[in-house]
Ligand binder design. Structure first.
Ligand code: NAD
Length: 247
């Protein structure tokens, strides 16, 4: 089935790699007009058919300009996020502030920039990327990360309730462990403590009851559904896609 997003204009953050890139490709395949953005413009190469734009979501003015300049959106996909490995005792002030700025505040800013256009046209779907490490489940050494992703769930519900009568839906996706470039960095960082890269990878794999990592395309398929009219009766939800981690 193709064309599920035909006639819809979609704006994505962090579309250069991982879940964001897979989602940009899936949106294109389903016929959306895609504006794909990332802090690192080089990573956007190869997204044929998309309008690409360098955008650091920590830059409020640039976010406002980029979304304002894109024209009214039907779909906003918020993918930007960073995983710190810390506990309440090791988290630094800098890590706390950075995590909230990127994982939460930047979503507020993109949503605030997109909402007026969506409200004017009486339709819109916002898809935020949260995590299983959130209000759903604690993961070891994910103190500030899990705290910010729980905030994403709260932000999602707030936006959903304030716009429920205006044709605008807002949902978040809560992935388990997904094989992306940044996961590779976390595996490398944990290798010495785990004994080897293989052992560090196995520890991540073991979290999913299915015994494997997710792939970015599986998350993208859910993003397509949430962005499409097929999910018209769904708003304010945290949708779990985790290979059985929370079962
Ligand atoms: P990733 O971390 O490998 O890549 C992130 C992308 O974001 C990169 O292209 C990077 O250039 C871009 N980026 C970083 N800072 C930015 C900024 N300030 N402005 C704009 N772009 C910026 O991708 P991923 O692992 O697919 O993670 C994407 C999202 O999914 C994140 O929010 C992450 O928390 C969430 N998530 C990931 C996993 C996982 O296991 N990979 C699991 C659950 C949730």
């Amino acid at each position: 089935m193709a064309g599920r997003l035909a006639g819809k204009r979609a704006f994505l953050t962090a579309a250069g790699q991982g879940i964001g890139r897979a989602t940009a490709l899936a949106f294109l395949a389903e016929g959306a007009e895609v504006i794909a953005t990332d802090r690192d413009a080089d990573k956007l190469a190869g997204l044929e058919g998309a309008r690409t734009l360098a955008l650091d979501v920590l830059d409020d003015a640039a976010v406002k300009d980029a979304i304002g300049g894109a024209g009214p959106l039907d779909i906003l996909f918020n993918g930007a996020g960073f995983v710190h490995q810390n506990t309440a005792l090791t988290c630094t002030d800098q890590e706390w502030d950075f995590a909230f700025a990127l994982n939460v505040r930047a979503m507020w800013k993109t949503i605030a920039a997109a909402l007026p256009g969506m409200q004017a046209q009486g339709r819109g779907a916002i898809v935020n990327i949260a995590s299983i490490a959130s209000a759903l489940k604690a993961a070891p050494d994910r103190f500030v990360y899990g705290t910010t992703k729980a905030a994403v769930q709260g932000l999602t519900r707030s936006v959903a309730i304030d716009n429920v009568g205006k044709g605008i839906r807002c949902n978040c996706i809560c992935p388990g462990t997904v094989d992306t470039p940044s996961l590779g960095e976390r595996i490398a960082a944990n290798a010495s403590a785990a004994g080897s890269v293989e052992a560090a990878r196995a520890a991540f794999v073991a979290r999913q009851a299915m015994g494997r990592l997710g792939n970015a395309e599986e998350i993208a398929a859910l993003a397509v559904w949430l962005a499409s009219d097929e999910s018209a009766f769904v708003t304010g939800q945290s949708i779990v896609i985790d290979g059985g981690w929370t079962v």
